[in-house]
Design a protein. Structure first.
Length: 109
């Protein structure tokens, strides 16, 4: 993947098989390609991924795919696997010590 490309997140659509996240990759003015990445609905309902993290998961996968093969044709769809979701969660886990607010125990009267 060269430094001169631009990757833009365009949004998502809910489909029967899950959410499809759309991206546009511009290599040059005359070379623009569209890609979609799909996350199954049960990944959200089973809490393996948060809705707000999905575009980031998809952009990371698309970057990996483009690095591996810069000649990918437009309109290629990539499914996000359970393994990729777990790797994302492991790499983005929050520490409980970073909480901004820790509730105090209730006092009993």
């Amino acid at each position: 993947m060269s430094n001169s490309i631009l990757m833009q997140y365009l949004g998502f659509e809910s489909k029967n098989r899950g959410r499809e996240y759309a991206f546009q990759v511009r290599y040059a003015a005359e070379d623009v390609r569209d890609f979609t990445l799909t996350i199954a609905d049960d990944a959200f309902t089973s809490h393996r991924i948060r809705y707000q993290d999905a575009p980031d998961v998809c952009s990371l996968k698309l970057k990996r795919e483009l690095v591996a093969n810069s000649d990918l044709p437009s309109h290629t769809n990539f499914p996000i696997t359970d393994t990729e979701l777990e790797e994302y969660r492991a790499g983005h886990a929050t520490k409980s010590t970073n909480r901004l607010y820790t509730p105090k125990p209730r006092e009993e009267y």
